[in-house]
Ligand binder design. Structure first.
Ligand SMILES: O=C(CO)[C@H](O)[C@H](O)COP(=O)(O)O
Length: 151
């Protein structure tokens, strides 16, 4: 699967780890930066382009990383068509795919080990959306809102 990934400085090492692990597992990983550690960088600069790439490539999924994951999720969700969840365990990641058809996962690198993050990401990448009517209906209502109100 093609996987778009982005981070700020706070999870730079985690991004490098995930990129290596996911590439080794056969995923086509597209790295949207940061490309080096810079304590003054800003998460919207990498997370928004990452979310844009996911929306433009509907077969792909995305990962945004930061210290908490909060701002990174917020930044990704500025992009029309992006459904980013903040996940802190495997069950939340699973539900994000099953119920919400999330296409981006946000993780807080200051609150998870590299190994925990990889486990969460692997669940996210492998769990399909259920397609159940009630979940599809709710996701569609968000899409309808975007289509009606967002450029
Ligand atoms: O998690 C984040 C945003 O939600 C950022 O990674 C975090 O705010 C960066 O903090 P600092 O500039 O103090 O390293």
């Amino acid at each position: 699967m093609r996987v778009h990934i982005a981070t700020d400085h706070a999870a730079f090492e985690l991004k490098e780890y995930l990129r290596e692990q996911l590439s080794a597992a056969g995923h086509d990983v597209v790295d949207h930066g940061a490309t080096s550690y810079d304590a003054e960088d800003d998460y919207p600069d990498t997370c928004i382009p990452c979310a844009e790439a996911v929306v433009a490539d509907p077969e792909s999924l995305g990962i945004v990383l930061g210290g908490s994951g909060n701002g990174e999720q917020l930044a990704a969700n500025r992009v029309k068509g992006c459904r980013a969840i903040l996940a802190y365990n495997t069950e939340i990641a699973k539900l994000g795919r099953e119920h919400n058809n999330a296409n981006v996962i946000s993780l807080g690198g200051r609150f998870t080990t590299n190994e925990q993050a990889l486990e969460i990401v692997n669940v996210f990448l492998t769990q399909p959306f259920t397609q159940e009517e009630r979940h599809a209906r709710r996701v569609q209502k968000m899409t309808d809102y975007e289509d009606a109100h967002l450029a």
